[in-house]
Ligand binder design. Structure first.
Ligand code: SF4
Length: 68
């Protein structure tokens, strides 16, 4: 079991709500482009709650946290 972060970049409007909740994974740069710093792997496990929160607060519902 692992986690994977999936973002629909067609929906994302780079408002950085996800970065406020989980800056370990989401970074909006100076050009208003969202980067996923950790896409999958064991480093995501301790961030599970924050990732779920980011998924919840995204106003565009662009984030999906997949259990694989
Ligand atoms: S909260 Fe959603 S819309 Fe905002 S930057 Fe993150 S993924 Fe994009």
């Amino acid at each position: 079991m692992g986690l994977k972060v999936v973002v629909d970049f067609d929906l994302c409007e780079a408002n950085a709500r996800c970065m406020e909740v989980c800056p370990e994974v989401f970074k909006v740069d100076d050009d208003d482009f969202l980067h996923i710093l950790i896409e999958e792997g064991p480093q995501l496990e301790p961030l599970r709650e924050k990732l779920r929160e980011a998924e919840r607060v995204c106003p565009r519902q662009a984030i999906t946290i997949v259990e694989s």
